[in-house]
Design a protein around this ligand. Structure first.
Ligand code: AMP
Length: 398
């Protein structure tokens, strides 16, 4: 029985899933939190059993991986007899730059190239590399694969990935649109084709990944042709705490007014903006949804600005592809918030999108949410990035 361990390593956290590839089911999953910080803990969840929480100091990622492996092989809460049952490890890596257009088996050469990409994602790639290093030390001989968030978008044409700034910044410093959430957009667009019983090559799909981080992707014939995140995940939609698109001159104006330096300004745009900044209530859309239901104007303005931005992107991607057959909603908000889906779709009636309220009244389940005669289909498709990483890993290690 082949099992793949999927690792998603952040600077102070490590998420994992052990997936049985014969059934494509999750055998166990968990999260190590506060690595390198006081109060670190591991939450381990074997499938169909209660979660086990272990509070123990984790000074570094090596210790976190060690605890994950111990939990997986534990006599009581474990799910495998020993580590030899793990056929391979699939690592989520945020930025692959222009070097990686697909997943790759990790070698010394690949690590060196990934280190070169770290410049483009200083917050994420170093943490991903630390996770890979820790796994390699504790599981020498187990093949490892890197799956990049940016890879799916490498099919974007130049007209979509170039910014309107001096071309030398692209040639000298690789400044261009890369896009993120690629594994999710790839998974969801493939599911849309399967659900509609069509070939991906014959479909124009717009995928809306609406979570705390959010992005839209235009997928034409199974390939990403445009996406809303850019050089970094800051561009595009209004997100939980990120601003998304705005006039770049706002930065200089606010910095002068508030006497901020560039790092403080970037912090405002990444951590204090978006739905949190506009509503002054919360970055969590559940609180925005409750606020709207209670007639709270601040919640309503954030909701309206969020919905409007998503609808505008869908409209522009329909133009970019000269048409659209299906629009898919995924991630925390896309999978759980029927009202947001309905409000976005209400801007799209001109395209021929007709929501069926009864069908749309669903959570976390693959569903076509439009009427049978809707010219453009809208769907809810729960994302599964971990499964996609595990599939790529199995395919590459054979
Ligand atoms: P994600 O980043 O994909 O985990 O999504 C986070 C966003 O999805 C937050 O704004 C949450 O409010 C929203 N969300 C997640 N789960 C639910 C749920 N069960 N019901 C409503 N909203 C949810």
């Amino acid at each position: 029985m082949k099992k793949v361990l999927v690792i998603n390593c952040g600077s102070s956290s490590l998420k994992y899933q052990l997936i049985d590839m014969e059934t494509e089911s999750v055998v166990a999953k968990g999260l190590a939190e506060r690595i390198g910080i006081d109060g670190s803990r591991l939450k381990h969840q074997p499938a169909g059993k209660d979660a086990v929480v272990q509070e123990e100091a984790m000074p570094d990622h090596n210790k976190a991986v060690e605890m994950v492996l111990a939990a997986l092989t534990d006599k009581e809460h474990g799910v495998i007899a020993d580590m030899s049952e793990i056929s391979a490890v699939g690592h989520r890596v945020v930025h692959g730059g222009e070097k990686f257009a697909c997943s790759v088996v990790i070698s010394d050469e690949v690590i060196k190239t990934m280190e070169e990409c770290s410049d483009l994602a200083p917050l994420h790639n170093p943490a991903n590399l630390i996770g890979i290093n820790a796994c390699q030390q504790l599981m020498p001989g187990t093949p490892m694969v890197a799956v990049f968030d940016t890879a799916f978008h490498q099919t974007m044409p130049e007209k979509a990935f170039l910014y309107g700034i001096p071309y030398k910044y692209y040639t000298d410093y690789s400044v261009r649109r890369y896009g993120f959430h690629g594994t999710s957009h790839r998974y969801v667009s493939e599911r849309v084709a399967a659900i509609l019983d069509k070939k991906a090559e014959d479909l124009k799909v717009i995928v809306c990944h609406l979570g705390n981080g959010a992005s839209v992707c235009a997928v034409n014939g199974g390939k990403s042709v445009d996406t809303s995140m850019g050089l970094t995940p800051l561009e595009g939609l209004i997100m939980g705490t990120r601003s998304g698109d705005m006039d770049p001159a706002i930065m200089q104006y606010i910095m002068n007014k508030e006497n901020l330096d560039i790092n403080q300004m970037m912090n405002v745009l990444n951590k204090e903006s978006g739905v949190l900044g506009v509503s002054e209530i919360s970055s969590d859309f559940r609180e925005i949804e409750n606020g709207c239901a209670e007639g709270n104007k601040a919640a309503q303005r954030a909701n309206d600005a969020f919905v409007y931005r998503v609808a505008k992107y869908i409209g522009s991607y329909a133009a970019a592809m000269n048409g659209v057959d299906a629009i898919a909603f995924t991630a925390g908000l896309g999978e759980n918030n029927a009202l947001v889906r309905k409000e976005i779709c209400s801007y799209l009636e001109f395209l021929g999108v007709k929501v069926d309220d009864a069908k749309n009244n669903v959570r976390g389940k693959e569903t076509v949410i439009t009427t049978d005669d809707s010219k453009v289909k809208a769907l809810l498709v729960p994302t599964n990035e971990e499964l996609m990483i595990a599939r790529d890993t199995m395919e590459l290690i054979g």
